[in-house]
Design a protein. Structure first.
Length: 216
């Protein structure tokens, strides 16, 4: 909250980005490599005139490369791979942490996902796949002593089936997110006003999600 008990105003951002796109195997596989430079302003920082309140005077500068690869390697076999290196640092603050990494932002993130759908035969339309999501360690906010939140990896699976009935297509799919039921945190921090306290955001546990769709 902003003194006296008013909502924090929205932040704003300015971003520059450039990159290249490359195709392989006659366009079946596409790759994009980009570099971005983002400055976010009106970020909340402590209000030096009113302890326990915030003020929208901070700024965060983020930059880094991003890589995206996706395509159909063989008929029915699709792959998607992503990677990002994030150098996110506090560039303006009232908390004495200018130059420090922005809290709850990992340095490296990535994912690999692949699916395969049978193209012919009695099981035509049957699809299955899986993927892994990786997230590097991250700085926890904001007070001493500083500490890091451990990185983690999660595994997801899916299975589905599609069939055409005249002009109508019926599809069913089951997703299993966090197959190994990994226990992890997506964000964590501490604050002192008015007492020494801490908070944490738990990651999603193993989850089953079913879907049925009809297209006509």
């Amino acid at each position: 909250m902003v003194f006296p008990n008013k909502p924090i105003p929205p932040s704003s951002a300015e971003q520059y980005e450039g990159g290249v796109k490359i195709e392989f195997f006659g366009g079946r596989l596409r790759s994009t490599l980009a570099y971005y430079d983002l400055t976010k302003t009106n970020v909340t920082t402590s209000d030096p005139s009113h302890p326990g309140f915030n003020i929208a005077q901070g700024a965060v500068h983020s930059r880094g490369p991003e890589l995206d690869i996706q395509g159909e390697i063989l008929p029915g076999w699709n792959v998607i791979a992503t990677y990002a290196n994030i150098d996110s640092r506090i560039s303006k603050s009232n908390d004495g942490n200018v130059g420090s990494r922005q809290f709850n932002v990992p340095r490296n993130t990535g994912s690999v996902w692949s699916t395969y759908e049978l193209q012919s035969g009695i099981f035509e339309g049957l699809k299955f796949g899986g993927g892994v999501t990786l997230r590097d360690s991250q700085e926890a906010c904001c007070d001493a002593p500083p500490f890091k939140l451990a990185g983690y990896a999660t595994v997801d699976l899916l299975a589905g089936y599609s069939r055409q009935f005249g002009d109508t297509k019926v599809s069913v799919q089951l997703n299993v997110n966090n197959l190994l039921d990994k226990h992890y945190f997506t964000g964590i921090g501490t604050f002192n006003d008015p007492f020494q306290m801490a908070w944490a955001d738990f990651g999603q546990p193993r989850t089953f999600m079913g879907q049925v769709s009809v297209q006509y």
